[in-house]
Write a new protein. Sequence first.
Length: 528
Amino acid sequence: MALISDAIKYSRLALGLRGFLKGTITLEESKQRITERLRDREKNFLNLVQKGIYQNPQSPFFQLLRVAGCEYGDIEPLVNKEGVEAALKKLLAAGVYVSWEEFKGRKEVVRGSQRFQFKARDFDNPFLPVYYQKQSSGSRSAGTRTTFDLKHQLEKSHYELIMLANDNALGVPMGLWYPVLPAAAGISNALRYWKIGNPAARWFSPVEERQVQSSLTNRLAMRYIIYGSRLWGARLPKPEYVALEEAVKVARWMADTKQQYGGCCLSCYVSLAVKVCQAAIENGLDIAGTHFTAGGEPLTRAKRRQIEATGASVTARYIISEVGHIGFSCPGATAADDVHLLRDSVALIQHRRKVEHADTYVDAFIFTPLLPSAPKILLNMESDDYGVMETRKCDCLLGQLGFDTHIHDIRSFAKLTGIGMTIVGTDLVRILEEVLPGKYGGAATDYQLLEEEDGRGQTHLSLIISPTVGTVDEGEVVATVLRELRRAPHPGKLTAGVWGQARMLRVKRVPPLTQMGKVMTLHLIKKK
Ligand SMILES: [Zn+2]
C-alpha cells in the first residue's frame, strides 16, 4: 500500500513539477502579484476562516471558536470594519490561539472547562495536494511535517525576486549552502531560484545523507525532484558535501565566481555565512561586493559585523515553515536584523507574556498565515519568538510596495538555535534533568544549557555542569547529549548531525546560573 500511495504522490509531484517549471517569472509579475495579495488580504483571511475552519470541522480552530462562542457571522463584519489584526486581537482575548507546544501536540489545550489534545497535522490546510511531507528544521521551527506544495513555492518565489532586486543581487551566480532532505530549505530554495530565472549554480550541503540518517523516502524524493526537473528543462544543482570546517571551499567558490562574473550571491543559514566570511578573511580571499541572503537564526549585530568585515552585504530572511515567509531585510534600516513584515501573507499581533522559569517578560509574536496556499491553517499561533514591531515609511522596493511594518530584535524565548538547527527547550530538559544526572550523578539542577555568542559572531551552546558533580569525561557527556538528541522528535537526528560536526556543545564546569531556567537562549542571558 505504501508503494502505491508513494507512486500516486510521485506522479502528482511529476505533474506539479512540470507546471511549476513551465517558464520563469519576471520582476513586474512579482510586484503585481504582491500588490494583488495586499489588496485581497481581508478577503483571503475571511476565505481561510470560512472554508478552512467553519467548513472543516477537523480544524482545531473549529472547536476553539465554538468554545469562544464565535460564529463566522461575528468575524466577517469585524474584519470588514476594523481589519484583520483587530479581529485577531479580539479572538486572542477570547481564547482563540494556540501556543507552540499546543500546536505540536505536546501540551493539552485548556480553554475554560474544555480540554483538547491536537496534533500538528490536524492544522494541515485540507485544500493542498500532498506531494510528500517535508520536515521543517532550518527555519526556527523545530520539526513539523509540512506539506510540500509547489503552489506555495510559487507564491514565495515572488518574494525572492523582489528581495534580490532590492539588494542589487539579481543576475549574479547563486550558490546554496543548505542541508539535504529531511531539511527542506535546500531543495525549496533550488526550485524557487530556478523559478525567478536566477538558478543556483552550486548547492553545497553541510551534511551527508548518512550523517542525518536520511530516510529512503527523503533520498528518493530528492533525486526525483532534481532529475525529474531536468526532464522538464530545469537544471537544478546536485548537492555537494562540504563539511562545516571546510567553509573555505565555499569562500573560494565565491571569490572565484566574483572574479569571473563580477558578483556572487550565497543563500544559507546565518552561522554558515559567518563561517564563510571568517574563512575568506583567514585565507585572504576577496569576496568584497558579494551578497549573502541568510536566515534560520537571528542575524545579531556581531554576526552582521563579521559578514560585513569582508566587504560583502547581507539580507536577513525571517521564515517559519509552518507560517511561511515573514520578513525580508530593509537595506536602509539601522537594526541588524530589521525586516519588512510581509503583510500580504501573514498577520502579526503581539502580546506581553511571562517567560516560563524566568523572571522576565517579552512581547511575543502571534502569527496568522493568510494565503490560500499556506501549509497550515492557523489563527493566532504563538511561535515562541518575540521582538519589536513598528511602522515606518521607507523607499526601498519593499517599502514602495506598501510594506511599512518593520520588525527587529527578533529572538526566541523557548528554543535554542545553532547553525540553523532549532530544538525546542522541552526536548533538552529531559536530557538535562533525567539522562545526565542518572548517568553522571548530581541533581537535576546541576545541569544547564546556555546559548552564547563569541566575539566573532559564532553561536555556541555551553553545557553547564556544576563542579559539585564529580569528575566526568567531558567528551563522553557531549556524546551522550548528541545520542539522546537523535532520539528526540524531528529534527533531533538532523540537529545532532549538524551540532556534532560543528562541535557546537562545550562543557563548562561552573555553578549553574540561578533563577534562570534550564535552557537559556542568547537574549535572555543578555537581559539578565
Ligand atoms: Zn525598506
